[in-house]
Design a protein around this ligand. Structure first.
Ligand code: G1P
Ligand code: ZN
Length: 544
């Protein structure tokens, strides 16, 4: 075995998006493609010589091959140690836990989140820094810049693959490789954050749960924590064995993709609580018997009930939500006199606020919720937060949600996605709206009066960096809102997302059908955006 330097040439498409570099597996399999990007990471992150790197992924197709490539390159580039999950598995939140707990220099996470996996599906790679969160734009820009000038990378020649099947430690060209149990450290942290005894008691008194791991990475985490440590009945975790192709499904926890769970929760004999997580374990969906809790409501309810959980009681510094997320959390923050931040879409904006001790809880409408325990959103953490609230309040999910609406009002909420739209048409739609919003303020749209309209621009309160063009917001005097933005994570064409919100305070009008409650604003959005005319689409692809 020997250290070698391989001559290479740049690929022009290695610009990391908000969630790292995401492409089809076949794209990653091109000669030197992954190697180029990994070397570009190493060349951009400062002095890591002798330090520790965490590596793991969501187990999707190409995960193991990628990890072997990274291990050899890390050794050749002079890392002191790599901590890697057993069988290459680490959920995104677990990787964040490890980076923080072991004061690692950073970590490489291999995942395409909720996108399908398999030989013809998606793969992804991202770099997280020492705080456990995705690298800031300054670093991802540097990675991209390096990837565009790359001429060589360092690796090992004639090195056999490292056995990742058992925990233990080996040395590779002077670098230590520690294969660790993927679940232990994460489960340990969860047991410190939540009242496991109270939750255990609830399960032992007959409380039932169905957790859909969607054949993705959270299976082993959920089985260990929910079934083994908390005593949920065996079989409470469904689709719990991770598969390289997620069983052919789309591991995105929403009512469309987690339909097995969704159907079960609306049967007569539905379990008391239902939840699901995505491909890499950072997203969550929460359900009760006959009720779906929107992620926006979930954030609000978590915030309102944080005092029921000893490790959070009196410790909430503030709350943050992404701009398109409903304003339900704002109402709670107002009542509890907490600071509330509205950030652009994407988790990295929360990280800055957390590092500066400005917020403890945060969430996105896209099924992401989390707290400052790590710097990623955390699916199982949200599930445990809910279980802890249920154990403390001894009420059903439905009762808790309904009482919440009675107290704070209900923010009816839905997102309509138009996927794989012609990019030029989507850009044109946004350009027209961008122009229009400058003059809408104070005008009448149908029966509603526009109170504000803009193209959301965010100035980070910590580092004063400015992020422009983060989505078109049109807010109305009655508290309703519509938001338009283009997805930054899609892999084919453009995805137009329209987010709808309608605020209701009349206690007698809290149980309307969501799409009906939003009907008026949906119609207005199609008029103002000329969506049908510009894209030829008459129906959204996905409604969540
Ligand atoms: C989507 C979600 C966003 C989330 C991101 C990464 O991004 O909308 O909230 O942070 O995935 O999980 P989008 O495709 O909308 O840019
Ligand atoms: Zn994810």
């Amino acid at each position: 075995m020997s250290l070698i330097t391989v001559e290479t040439t740049p690929y022009t498409d290695q610009k990391p998006g908000t969630s790292g570099l995401r492409k089809k597996v076949t794209h990653f399999q091109q000669t030197h493609y992954l190697e180029n990007f990994v070397q570009a990471i190493f060349d951009s992150i400062g002095d890591y010589k002798g330090k520790t790197l965490v590596v793991g992924g969501d187990g999707r197709f190409y995960n193991l091959e990628a990890i072997q490539i990274i291990l050899k390159m890390a050794a050749a580039n002079g890392f002191g140690k790599v901590m890697v999950g057993q069988n290459g598995i680490l959920s995104t939140p677990a990787a964040s836990v490890l980076i923080r707990k072991y004061q690692s220099f950073g970590g490489i996470i291999l995942s395409a989140s909720h996108n399908p996996g398999g030989p013809d599906e998606d793969f992804g790679i991202k770099y997280n820094t020492a705080n456990g969160g995705p690298a800031a734009e300054k670093i991802t820009d540097a990675i991209y810049a390096h990837s565009q000038q790359i001429e060589q990378y360092h690796t090992l020649k004639d090195s056999v693959d490292i056995d990742l099947t058992q925990p233990g430690s080996v040395t590779l060209e002077g670098m230590q490789i520690e294969v660790i149990n993927s679940v232990s450290d994460y489960a340990q942290l969860m047991s410190e954050l939540f009242d496991f005894d109270a939750i255990k008691k609830m399960f032992s008194s007959g409380f039932s749960l169905c957790f859909d791991a969607m054949h993705a990475v959270t299976g082993p985490y959920a089985i260990e924590i929910l079934e083994h440590r908390l005593g949920a009945a065996s079989g409470s975790v469904i689709n719990g064995i991770p598969k390289m192709d997620f069983g052919g499904g789309h591991p995105d926890p929403n009512l469309v993709h987690a339909h097995e769970l969704a159907e079960r929760m609306f049967l007569d004999n539905a379990p008391d609580f239902g939840a699901a997580s995505d491909g890499d374990g950072d997203r969550n969906m929460i359900l009760g018997k006959n009720i779906f809790v929107t992620p926006s409501d979930s954030l609000a309810i978590i915030t309102a009930n944080a005092d029921k959980i000893p490790s959070y009681k009196g410790k909430i510094l503030g709350v943050a939500r992404s701009m398109p997320t409903s304003q339900a959390a704002d109402k709670v923050a107002e009542k509890l006199a907490l600071e509330c931040y509205e950030t652009p879409t994407g988790w990295k904006f929360f990280g800055n606020l957390m590092d500066a001790d400005k917020v403890t809880l945060c969430g996105e409408e896209s099924f992401g919720t989390g707290s400052s325990h790590i710097r990623e959103k955390d699916g199982l953490w949200a599930v445990l937060f809910w279980l802890n609230i249920l154990a403390a309040r001894k009420q059903s999910v439905q009762q808790i949600v309904q009482e919440h609406w009675q107290e704070y009002g209900r923010n009816y909420y839905s997102r309509h996605d138009y996927e794989a739209v012609d990019s030029a048409a989507a850009n044109q739609l946004m350009a027209i709206l961008r122009e229009k919003v400058t003059t809408l303020s104070g005008t009448q749209m149908g029966s509603l009066t526009v109170s504000y309209s803009d193209d959301f621009c965010y100035t980070d309160p910590v580092d004063q960096s400015v992020s422009e063009h983060q989505g078109i917001r049109i807010g109305f005097t009655d508290g309703s809102r519509m938001v338009f933005r283009l997805s930054g994570t899609g892999t084919s064409g453009a995805t137009i997302r329209i987010y709808y919100e309608y605020y209701e305070t009349d206690p007698d009008k809290m149980s309307q059908d969501t799409q009906q409650a939003l009907d008026n604003i949906i119609r207005l959005s199609l008029e103002v955006s000329q969506l049908k005319e510009l894209t030829g689409r008459t129906e959204p692809t996905v409604i969540t």
